[in-house]
Write a protein that binds this ligand. Structure first.
Ligand code: ZN
Length: 229
């Protein structure tokens, strides 16, 4: 668990907008900035991909609905499948991730949201609760947010969301086993987990924790070689 390869992923944390459309515009802007840093794609077809050409849409991997599910880049079409995005909202904050390497999931939480009564029962399995019980109150609250954002970020990456019981995944502060998922639909050795750098971490009454999960190499169909496109 280290952050070196997360340099491949563009990440932004900012105040969120009041509408989904405006949050999507912020994500489109980050995609455009990312592409502009890659002249070989930006100048494809003789022009730079402008933010107005980028369309963010939703697609549910479970039922196919376009009204919910994970965001993806729907246009321009020549970028389909080669730009991976994720977004997360927490309180008044928005976290965005754009990767050209492979699927990504980002999750942001306020610590106050994960220490509320009853949360542990639905979020954490007995192994995680035993680890949390060893920590003092402040450390346990922080660990709850770290555990939860890791699980949520990975479930976003796979497109499962909360259709999977989050207690199937086990997060730990042990660096050798930051996140285990026996029934994972992907090779967990291809998954990298890194904390999202947030500055400032504390905004008003809210203390924020974020996690980025990325798939850095895969089998069969991806990552597509950029030379193929
Ligand atoms: Zn659905």
């Amino acid at each position: 668990m280290h952050g070196t390869r997360s340099a491949d992923v563009s990440v932004r944390v900012r105040a969120r907008a009041t509408t989904t459309a405006t949050d999507h515009a912020a994500l489109a802007a980050l995609v455009a900035a990312r592409l502009a840093s890659e002249p070989s794609t930006g100048f494809r077809r003789g022009h730079v991909v402008h933010v107005s050409e980028i369309e963010i849409a939703h697609r549910c991997s479970h039922c196919g609905s376009s009204r919910h599910g994970q965001p993806y880049v729907a246009a321009p079409l020549h970028l389909a499948g080669t730009v991976h995005v994720s977004l997360s909202r927490a309180g008044t904050w928005l976290a965005l991730a754009v990767s050209r390497t492979g699927p990504v999931g980002i999750d942001l939480e306020e610590i106050s949201a994960v220490r509320r009564a009853g949360f542990d029962d639905v979020a954490f399995n007995p192994t995680e609760r035993a680890e949390l019980a060893l920590l003092d109150t402040a450390a346990a609250d922080h660990a709850r947010a770290v555990f939860w954002t890791r699980k949520e970020a990975l479930l976003k990456l796979t497109g499962d969301g909360l259709r999977v019981d989050p207690r199937e995944l086990t997060a730990s502060l042990w660096e050798s086993a930051p996140l285990l998922w026996p029934r994972a639909p992907l090779d967990m050795t291809t998954v990298q987990i890194s904390p999202v750098h947030i500055d400032p971490v504390r905004v008003g009454d809210a203390t924020l924790v974020g996690t980025l999960v990325q798939q850095v190499r895969g089998s069969e169909d991806w990552p597509r070689k950029s030379s193929d496109r």
